[in-house]
Design a protein around this ligand. Structure first.
Ligand code: ADP
Ligand code: MG
Ligand code: MG
Length: 250
């Protein structure tokens, strides 16, 4: 599904990612952990196609195609979904309008007709209920005045509606109380499937108590310095990031 090779990225004249290698297959959940400032969000932004990140070397292949050649909206239509660390507010645009427009854009790209208005409403209300959200959120402006937990739930709602193939969640757990964290985790777990992969970016081990990753990678100073199974997250929790940071060969 995703193959990242020797990826180097600059922001301005500063090298942030220093040769990232990562192979992600459909059905897998990969956690990327690491200290603040290690480059986790930079990696997610590069994958989403955000401006301002200069790829200076390496490659990113997504489902056999060069991801870096695709415009951000094409990446989304091809099934790449990014839940940002800081979700944007869109004043004046209702949540339900955005969801429908986004779903229809994806459907159109794949040669499908617009979703029936009543079917869409039924679908959205069903998902809202599953995520224990208030229906009122559908009619409020996107993320405007949403609490941290509400924004994160809303991102899971978007994912549940758009059914992406590759879901990248950047610190979806930060700022969540334990109840919201469980709802988000249940949302992700319910979306797990053999044809979908997840990249969970997180600073803390806590989220991984509820979403069990197949692989854990530690990013430090722009490099993946250690990879392992779910047990690596527990080891990190116990020993702290300095344990692996000191293993950087640079
Ligand atoms: P993380 O998400 O792991 O906390 P980031 O990817 O946000 O780390 O940041 C990695 C490094 O890149 C940090 O040193 C940060 O200051 C720097 N950086 C990220 N974005 C920018 C930017 N737009 N301009 C300048 N420096 C940036
Ligand atoms: Mg950070
Ligand atoms: Mg970050």
């Amino acid at each position: 599904m995703l193959s990242i090779k020797d990826l180097t990225v600059n922001v301005g004249d500063k090298q942030i990612l220093k040769g990232i290698n990562l192979e992600i297959k459909a059905g897998e959940i990969h956690a990327i952990m690491g200290p603040n400032g290690s480059g986790k969000s930079t990696l997610s932004h590069v994958l989403s196609g955000k401006a301002g990140y200069d790829v200076t070397g390496g490659s990113v292949m997504y489902q056999g195609k060069n991801l870096l050649d695709m415009m951000p909206e094409i990446r989304a239509r091809e099934g790449v979904f990014l839940a940002f660390q800081y979700p944007v507010e869109i004043p004046g645009v209702s949540n339900i309008y955005l969801l429908k427009a986004a779903l229809n854009a994806i459907r159109k790209y794949h040669g499908l007709s617009e979703v029936d208005a009543m079917d869409f409403l039924t679908l959205v209300k069903h998902k809202v209920k599953l995520l224990e959200m208030d229906e009122k959120f559908l009619y409020r402006a996107v993320n405007e005045g949403f609490s941290g937990g509400e924004k994160k739930r809303n991102e899971i709602l978007q994912m549940a509606i758009l059914e992406p193939k590759l879901c990248i969640l950047d610190e979806t757990d930060s700022g969540l109380d334990i109840d919201a964290l469980k709802v988000v985790a249940e949302g992700v777990n319910s979306l797990r499937s053999n044809d979908r992969a997840f990249v969970m970016i997180t600073h803390y081990q806590r989220l991984l108590d509820y979403i069990k990753p197949d692989f854990v990678h530690v990013l430090a100073h722009g490099q993946i310095v250690k990879s392992g199974g779910a047990e690596l997250a527990l080891e990190l929790e116990e020993k702290g990031y300095s344990w692996v940071e000191n293993q950087v060969v640079a």
